[in-house]
Design a protein. Structure first.
Length: 176
């Protein structure tokens, strides 16, 4: 009888330990998702072919939300809702983005402009790939997301964003 009682106590302890472990894992996953920070400010696209970036504007959200009027007045024209489609990724002509040193001899200039890298990271996220936070750094997670995208699209998975990868990324973004 004592053996059966001990076995029942052991089972209860194991069940309690398993439940405690599940709670700890769920708390960790929840914390990770909450701290991940998906609220990055949107970046403006780089002007195509000029090699210059447009002037930065303050993109911080206001403290009070602004909403359009439910019904337009006679003196104001009706407004169209903003597009929810992601903006296209623009790679400056004659350039490529990559991590680290040159991944092969090409006639493209490797650039490290954080605004362009941030735009790439946002485009990859919109296309369903995880480059990590849009921080403007072409690091290992961004490179892995580029390789995964290239593999999925049948491109050479070299982790370098040149004109072909940029064009395919824009096709994917346009198709939704």
């Amino acid at each position: 009888m004592a053996a059966a009682s001990n076995q029942a106590a052991v089972r209860r302890r194991r069940l309690v330990a398993l439940l405690a472990l599940a709670v700890v894992v769920l708390a960790g996953v929840s914390s990770l998702l909450l701290l991940r920070g998906d609220g990055q400010a949107p970046m403006q696209p780089v002007a195509e072919g000029t090699g210059t970036t447009p002037p930065q504007t303050d993109t911080t959200p206001s403290a009070t939300p602004t909403t359009p009027a439910d019904t337009p007045t006679a003196s104001s024209p009706a407004t169209t809702p903003p597009s929810t489609a992601p903006s296209p990724f623009t790679l400056p002509e004659g350039t490529k983005l990559q991590r680290g040193e040159s991944a092969g001899a090409t006639d493209l200039e490797a650039i490290t402009d954080p605004a362009v890298v941030t735009e790439l990271q946002q485009a990859l996220t919109a296309a369903g790939y995880d480059p990590g936070p849009a921080d403007g750094t072409f690091g290992p997670r961004t490179e892995a997301a580029v390789v995964a995208f290239q593999e999925a699209q049948g491109l050479s998975p070299d982790g370098v964003v040149g004109p072909e990868t940029a064009s395919k990324l824009n096709e994917v973004l346009a198709s939704g």
